[in-house]
Design a protein around this ligand. Structure first.
Ligand SMILES: C[S@@+](CC[C@H](N)C(=O)[O-])C[C@H]1O[C@@H](n2cnc3c(N)ncnc32)[C@H](O)[C@@H]1O
Length: 198
């Protein structure tokens, strides 16, 4: 299964703060757009994709919220408010989580107290990891391996030092073209490339 990992540096990890961040610096509404565009297609959803949000505005540890397409149960709805409520509910259950501890919510959502860097390091042990970068190599020149991992940010750029560190660790930078897109648009374009490579 391919995975999208979205780093959300200003998204709060406390459920109430998360919900209050709509339209504010954290702009968590972008995450709802990414959620829908990653997991849903017309009249169904993608079973072969994993979506992970790493929320970093935390008083203790970052929270990685992971949704697996093959374990997606029925949802209350898919409006922005429904998706944000779903994510906030998962965060509420994960309040006070110990470092690197994991919980699975009744909806099958996995929440782990883990940093972005540590999570990427884990993926790199067994998977090819790509960083979305407008200046990277053309996506159409890539032959993606199975179970590829794609890293992107929400509206806040990846810090320069992360770029360098990821490169050192073997992460490949890939571009979707010359226009800076929304993350929710990037996930659609990558999945389209993957669909065509099948
Ligand atoms: C809205 S952009 C981030 C915008 C942010 N202001 C910046 O300058 O990085 C969200 C994500 O999409 C990726 N992205 C946007 N356009 C892209 C493109 N043409 N090719 C590859 N990645 C792209 C960015 O690298 C980032 O991870």
């Amino acid at each position: 299964m391919n995975e999208f990992v979205v780093r959300a540096r200003k998204a709060p990890t406390r459920a109430d703060d998360f919900l209050a961040a709509v339209g504010k610096e954290g702009h968590v509404e972008y995450l709802a757009q990414i959620f829908n565009n990653t997991l849903f297609v017309s009249k169904g959803h993608r079973e072969n994709v994993i979506l992970t949000f790493v929320l970093e505005d935390s008083k203790d540890y970052s929270r990685a919220i992971t949704v697996r397409g093959d374990q997606l149960g029925s949802l209350a709805g898919t409006t922005e408010a429904d998706i944000l409520d779903l994510l906030a509910g998962s965060l509420r259950l994960a309040e006070g989580l110990a470092k690197e501890a994991v919980i699975v919510t009744p909806e099958g959502i996995i929440v782990q107290a883990i940093s972005f860097e540590h999570l990427v390091k884990e993926r790199l042990e067994t998977q090819q990891v790509y960083l979305l970068d407008k200046k990277g190599a053309d996506v159409r020149q890539q032959d993606f391996e199975e179970n590829a991992v794609f890293l992107l940010t929400d509206h806040i750029p990846m810090p320069r030092k992360t770029f360098k560190s990821l490169k050192r660790q073997g992460v490949a930078n890939i571009s979707l073209g010359p226009i800076m897109l929304h993350a929710s648009q990037c996930v659609v374009l990558i999945q389209n490339e993957l669909d065509r490579q099948l």
